[in-house]
Design a protein around this ligand. Structure first.
Ligand code: AHR
Length: 501
């Protein structure tokens, strides 16, 4: 059997765990909001029309920060449409997704939904069709306590307490020709800097995210980050990264190694940001907000005629159904985000419900977990304290896209307060189980409290509307701990977690 050795050094700390790494994303797109989190006629709906069965699953998923309301949607959004009496709210066309927006959910409702789910709202402002004034107005409406025109309007609309939103995105993917109002790096960098400067004049403690490239395959990747940051460096705190992965042309081996691309992406953005910082002689370090990441079968969507020519409310869009292989890759991407947590301080799995999502719903019916739900929820629940970078000694396999890829990847966390620790691992081999020996001596772990794996003999097994529990977590059999050494056997194409006390 193939073997691997991992050594965990308690002093090899990447960063203290910030729960913002477990963020997600709710966009007014398809059935994410309407018929997803919000369905007033549903048997589990509360007085705001929010489905409580979905709320329960969101809590179980363990997502922290939720980015809202887009995405591409935000670049045509008028936030004022979504506040005040619901019967007065206008129906608008959403050009980004070619659908109709009823505005029945807006800032106040979504802030209440975040409270229900125990999550933090991360708001995006429209820098596509709008600009500084609309951003400042929304900030005043959402965060100012009282006694101004817009804060009093919020109070009159039934939200007496300010929403106290700390993290704000300065537009979305402003380099993409698909974005309403897309711009050059120079134009966007100047606008972002001026918007950020004005928002911080209102509240210096805001945390602002400037748009990076909409993907590492954009022709301007790198140059975009450099130019935008040259304009905005001293006014912003984060630069965004967006990445979606998919299996292409049956090349599962390369797909399973997708996190190598994410690693390259992160290193490039960090190097570019630090280059600008050094050039500006700045003492500050820009953090990364990986605020869109996931598996997305985008090329299939683009090839299909799914985008309707009609104008409909909440059409079914981007409803990818995920396999075991997809979930293993997602678990590996989360391992990569954690390994880079010293710079990737915040991340959002895109998206949360129905739209490329871990949670699916049917109108009037149930809600269920996709395969990708499991690695996210377990990592979010078990990871605590500090993130540790393990040393991994393992062989490689050959991939078409990335060349040699290590067969195993892993990351660990340890929490001094509770005395618990956890290890998250993937086996990328399609054929071999791998016996892994892990030296945990520096962790003081005396027992295994949980050992689970996501694996199936059919790597393309999925949870579908007709078979909602086809795939789930299983016990990772045979895991044993003796004299500070853990031994586990990872099945092929699997994601696993082991927790210790
Ligand atoms: O998450 C789906 C879309 O992907 C978002 O709206 C956009 O920002 C990205 O291109």
């Amino acid at each position: 059997m193939t073997t691997a050795r991992i050594a965990i050094d308690r002093t090899a700390v990447v960063a203290p765990l910030n729960r913002r790494i477990f963020g997600s994303f709710v966009e007014h797109l398809g059935r994410c909001v309407y018929d997803g989190i919000y369905e007033p006629g549903h048997p589990t709906a509360n007085e705001d029309g929010f489905r409580l069965d979905v709320v329960d699953l969101v809590k179980e998923l363990g997502s922290s920060t939720i980015r809202y309301p887009g995405g591409n949607f935000v670049s045509g959004y008028r936030w004022e449409d979504g506040v005040g009496p619901k019967e007065n709210r206008p129906v608008r066309r959403d050009l980004a997704w070619h659908s109709l927006e009823s505005n029945q959910v807006g800032t106040d409702e979504f802030a209440r939904w975040c409270k229900l789910t125990g999550s933090e709202l991360m708001m995006a402002v429209n820098l596509g069709t709008r600009g500084i004034e609309a951003a400042l107005d929304l900030l005043e409406y959402a965060n100012h306590p009282s006694g101004t025109a817009l804060s009093d309007q919020r109070i009159a609309n039934g939200s007496p307490e300010p929403h106290d939103i700390k993290m704000w995105c300065l537009g979305n993917e402003m380099d993409g020709p698909w974005q309403t109002g897309y711009m050059t790096a120079d134009d966007y960098g100047k606008l972002a800097a001026r918007t950020a400067q004005a928002m911080k004049a209102a509240d210096k403690d805001l945390e602002l995210v400037v748009c990076g490239s909409s993907g590492s395959s954009m022709p301007t990747f790198g140059d975009w980050e450099r130019t935008v940051l040259e304009h905005s460096y001293e006014h912003v705190d984060y630069i965004s990264c967006h990445a979606y992965y998919q299996e292409r042309k049956g090349d599962l081996g390369s797909f399973l190694a997708s996190s190598l691309e994410m690693q390259y992406f992160i290193e490039t953005v960090v190097a570019t940001a630090d280059h600008v910082g050094n050039k500006l002689r700045s003492k500050k370090k820009i953090k990364l907000s990986f605020d869109e990441w996931n598996i997305w079968y985008l090329e299939e969507h683009q090839a299909s005629d799914e985008v309707n020519d009609e104008w409909n409310f909440a059409p079914r869009q981007l409803e990818d159904v995920y396999s075991v292989a997809d979930a293993v890759v997602l678990g590996n991407l989360l391992i990569t985000l954690l390994k880079n947590h010293d710079r990737v301080a915040s991340a959002s799995l895109a998206q949360l419900v129905n739209v490329i999502a871990p949670i699916m719903t049917e109108p009037g019916g149930g809600a269920w977990r996709q395969t990708t739900f499991f690695p996210f929820s377990v990592t979010s629940r078990l990871a605590k304290g500090e993130v540790l970078r393990p040393r991994i000694d393992v062989g490689t396999y050959n991939t078409e896209v990335y060349g040699a890829a290590p067969l195993v990847d892993a990351v660990a966390t340890a929490d001094a307060e509770s005395g618990t620790s956890a290890l998250f691992l993937v086996n990328r081999s399609q054929t071999e189980s791998i016996e892994v020996t892990v030296d945990l001596a520096s962790l003081d772990a005396s027992s295994i409290t949980e050992a689970v794996t996501l694996h199936d003999d059919d790597v393309y097994a999925k949870n579908t509307i007709d078979d909602r529990e086809r795939v789930g977590l299983r016990e990772l059999s045979g895991a044993s701990l003796a004299d500070g050494v853990l031994t586990v056997t990872l099945p092929p194409v699997s994601w696993s977690a082991v927790a210790f006390a």
